[in-house]
Design a protein around this ligand. Structure first.
Ligand SMILES: NC(=O)c1ccc[n+]([C@@H]2O[C@H](COP(=O)([O-])OP(=O)(O)OC[C@H]3O[C@@H](n4cnc5c(N)ncnc54)[C@H](O)[C@@H]3O)[C@@H](O)[C@H]2O)c1
Length: 353
């Protein structure tokens, strides 16, 4: 078998913990290590488990500049080396540090050590050569050194719009995002009894147009005081006034490995039902890689089609980040092969018969 691609994760927070798990599950990648600044609760939990993460893989911990090693030593948390050591040992780094840190890491480390990197949504687009989505523009990322993932909402939204676009040709979409305001466990922000509205157009609609420039997109975002997933409603218009029927749209969504079609009648009443279902499946951290799409939300509006999706914000970008590694490292050269390899290792779509 060919040598495994060596991967590091910088920033072991909400996204980094899950990226590390995602890499640990890929049979053709090796998780060399994770890097962080402080002995956070996530790192302490990892240490309590003997530094063993998903799939029985050992997660070696490296410390970034500014970390106080004596704090880790005092807690008995094993440290494998410095961030520079990690950079020297990997082919590609997944940067999931807080927004803005990735750009500094690029300048101080990735450029210097010739390490490729994949950045998350909190970084500016200018950090990367390509703003990337595994299904919509995989080929643009092939062989590129720096890719940036779309944000959680945009990742899930594009899965559906790209699927419709390939089937029917989409000219325009209008979205409303009902956005969870914080992740479970967050204390640093939150609305308690108020909804908050952002200026239109939402960045997710603008981002969609960056990835899919032939689609005219706009939208409105409302923050809501919940933590278990965003809901987006989408109104999509096909080119040349072509009508998309509910049956046609449903068929396209059902075929997509990363879309889980559910219904209110089955008991999926909203975001919390999907979160509970993922926990009942026994998924690590209650994660779900697929977005939920309510069959009984799909409606025709004239020639347009409207539907609602659920975005599990903490885990939805993990599969597309694995796709990004595959594209950047030229492990696969097409979207079909790249996404299929990721899906296989993450067990995505196995519920579809
Ligand atoms: N939370 C989400 O739902 C979500 C969804 C999609 C994308 N994102 C994006 O992912 C990125 C990370 O977000 P998050 O929610 O995981 O943040 P987080 O705050 O949960 O985790 C960040 C981690 O980085 C560590 N860190 C701090 N300074 C560091 C440094 N200099 N070098 C390395 N690590 C450092 C922190 O200790 C923490 O463990 C952001 O770009 C964010 O926009 C977040």
């Amino acid at each position: 078998m060919a040598e495994k691609i060596r991967v590091g994760v910088a920033g072991y927070g909400t996204i980094g913990t899950r990226l590390a798990d995602g890499v640990a599950l890929q049979g053709d990648m090796e998780l060399v290590g994770i890097a962080d600044l402080a002995p956070t609760l996530s790192i302490r939990a990892l240490a309590e488990n003997g530094m063993i993460g998903a799939n029985g893989v050992k997660y070696n911990l490296y410390l970034v500049d500014g970390a106080d090693k004596s704090q880790f030593d005092a807690m008995g948390i094993p440290v494998a080396g410095t961030f520079a050591d990690l950079c020297k040992s990997v082919d590609i780094m997944l940067d999931s540090a807080p927004g803005g840190v990735g750009a500094k890491n690029k300048e101080n480390y990735y450029d210097k050590y010739g390490v490729k990197a994949i950045f998350q949504g909190g970084e500016k687009n200018s950090v990367a050569d390509v703003f990337f989505h595994g299904y919509a523009n995989f080929e643009k990322g092939v062989g590129q050194n720096y890719l940036k993932l779309t944000s959680c909402n945009t990742t899930g939204l594009i899965r559906t719009v790209d699927a419709l676009d390939r089937a029917f040709g989409i000219e325009k979409v209008a979205i409303t995002i009902i956005r969870r305001v914080a992740d479970p466990g967050d204390y640093h922000r939150g609305l308690t009894n108020a909804l908050q509205i952002d200026k239109a157009p939402s960045h997710q609609a603008v981002d969609l147009m960056t990835i899919m420039p032939h689609v005219n997109a706009t939208g409105i975002l409302v923050h809501t005081p919940v933590t278990h997933g965003h809901i987006i409603t989408v109104l999509a218009t096909a080119k040349n006034g072509k009508k998309i029927t509910k049956a046609e749209a449903l068929e396209v969504f059902q075929k997509h490995p990363r879309i889980r079609v559910v219904s209110i009648d089955e008991g999926f009443k909203g975001n919390a039902s999907l979160f509970k279902y993922a926990r009942d499946l026994g998924n690590r951290r209650g994660d779900m890689y697929e977005i939920g799409l309510w069959e009984d939300s799909i409606v025709e509006s004239g020639n347009d089609i409207m539907y609602a999706i659920n975005i599990p914000q903490e885990s939805v970008t993990i599969p597309e980040t694995m796709d990004a590694i595959r594209a950047s490292m030229k492990m696969q050269l097409t979207r079909e092969e790249g996404t299929a390899a990721t899906n296989k290792y993450l067990g995505i779509g196995k519920f579809k018969k």
